[in-house]
Design a protein around this ligand. Structure first.
Ligand code: AMP
Ligand code: MG
Length: 433
């Protein structure tokens, strides 16, 4: 396992006081471990889990050439460009009830969707396109081509090919695909366990009596929700006061039970921010040399301060206290790192928040030199183009802005002011969170 200093050395121009947002992802990718433990689960239990091995298909899917329509199967080489084709119906085939006789020249087979196409029959004309007189059909010229309406053996998955790769997140389609291969179980990585707590003397748990200067803890609810959306097992360690001894025991308890730790608050320069001193102390007392903690000021808004490191071998993500900053830093940095710890491929469609480009329907002030994540609503204009507007107040404590938004407008580091109609990038989180 590389030390934090070694990881920092791989980042060009690493400056903990002005770290570019992209460098944070690179750092975290170097810091978090990959999963090792796996389990075999029945498919129905494997939704949202990450596949731990490539799946080589043991069969062809579909297993035989079959009809894509209810109609008549025949030898397509008999079709002519300008004359109708007349064929005698020799029998019928249904899905699960194949035709066992012979089909001679000038004959066809009445066939239903999914029924096996016998050898020599390569074309199906849908039944609504033919004229039937007694025991014969007539196919007008030009309505079908040879090979139409046929599904080929193995056209979905070939026997021996890789049907799904290690690191795929098993969504409903992947579960169905595994089932179509006849595989009752999937070997997936063990569920990740993440412990989290909020810090601050002013933070009330739900049920506490309100008191002057205190606020209810919202961060534990957003963090728990975001972790649950990823299928992570949550360990809720509550609210911890700004007290070095209590913080130390919370960190040790978290590290003993969890694969990763997420905290909020206490990482800025405020006087009561004991988290920093505590993390440093814990990191130093670690004898294996794997622990360590770095404090960053990230060139971003919201979410400037962040602490990252390891308590022993357990990665720690110390997020800012402000509720919107918690969600933004989680989405931008923690979520990709946790998916990596879960074994997911970085490009898996379930892992990536979709990025869209849309026209800004308003002018936005933006200083170059930091990445901004504005809470935004993407919608369509009357002519169908994508447009995006920001959700009013953008303060890092205004959690209602996150509730209204369906994405984050990402204004990159070097970007200056945005004019009405400029194209901007939006990271969509609707459907992800
Ligand atoms: P801190 O980073 O600890 O200085 O906190 C920054 C701001 O976020 C302060 O206004 C805190 O009251 C607020 N804050 C910190 N933790 C929470 C929390 N768990 N829920 C709601 N607000 C919080
Ligand atoms: Mg605090």
């Amino acid at each position: 396992m590389k030390s934090l200093a070694e990881i920092a050395d791989t980042l060009l121009g690493y400056d903990p006081d002005a770290l570019a947002a992209q460098s944070v992802n690179t750092f975290l990718a170097g810091m978090v471990p990959l999963p090792t433990q796996t389990e075999a689960l029945a498919l129905m239990q494997a939704l949202g889990r990450v596949l731990a091995q490539d799946i080589i298909s043991p069969i062809d899917v579909p297993p035989h050439d079959n009809s894509a329509m209810d109609g008549y199967a025949f030898d397509g080489s008999a079709l002519s460009a300008n004359k109708p084709l007349q064929l005698q119906i020799a029998g019928s085939a249904l899905a699960g009830k194949p035709f066992s006789g012979q089909i001679g020249a000038g004959q066809c087979l009445h066939i239903m969707t999914g029924a096996i196409l016998p050898p020599g029959l390569d074309t199906v004309v849908p039944q609504e396109l033919v004229k039937v007189h007694k025991n014969c059909i007539e196919i007008a010229p030009g309505i079908v081509q040879p090979g139409d309406n046929r599904r080929l053996r193995g056209e979905d998955v070939h026997c021996g090919s890789v049907a799904l790769t290690k690191g795929s997140v098993l969504g409903p389609a992947a579960l169905g695909l595994l089932a179509s291969l006849g595989l009752p179980k999937a070997t997936v990585f063990r569920k990740l366990r993440v412990a989290y707590f909020s810090t601050g003397d002013e933070i009330l748990s739900l049920g506490d009596s309100p008191r002057e200067g205190a606020v209810f803890d919202s961060n534990r609810y957003t963090v728990s929700g975001m972790l649950q959306c990823m299928g992570i097992e949550c360990i809720d360690l509550g609210v911890v006061r700004d007290d070095p001894d209590l913080l130390e025991s919370a960190f040790l308890q978290a590290a003993a039970q969890a694969d990763a730790i997420v905290t909020s608050g206490g990482v800025s320069v405020g006087e009561a921010d004991h988290t920093k001193a505590m993390m440093r102390q814990l990191a130093h007392s670690d004898t294996a040399g794997e622990g360590g903690v770095a404090f960053w000021r990230i060139a971003m808004r919201p979410g400037r301060p962040m602490a990252v490191g390891r308590i022993g071998r357990v990665p720690l993500f110390g997020l800012p206290g402000n509720p919107v900053a918690v969600m933004v830093t989680f989405l931008a940095f923690v979520r990709p790192a946790l998916w990596q710890m879960m074994g997911a491929s970085p490009n898996d469609p379930q892992v990536q928040c979709p990025m869209l480009q849309a026209r800004s329907s308003e002018a936005i002030r933006k200083k170059p030199g930091r990445t901004e994540y504005q809470r935004a609503i993407v919608s369509r204009t009357a002519d169908g183009a994508l447009q995006v507007r920001i959700t009013g107040q953008q303060g890092s404590g205004v959690l209602s802005s996150m509730v209204q938004a369906n994405g984050l407008m990402v204004l990159p580091h070097g970007q200056g002011n945005i004019a009405i109609g400029d194209t901007v990038e939006v990271m969509m989180f609707a459907g992800v969170l």
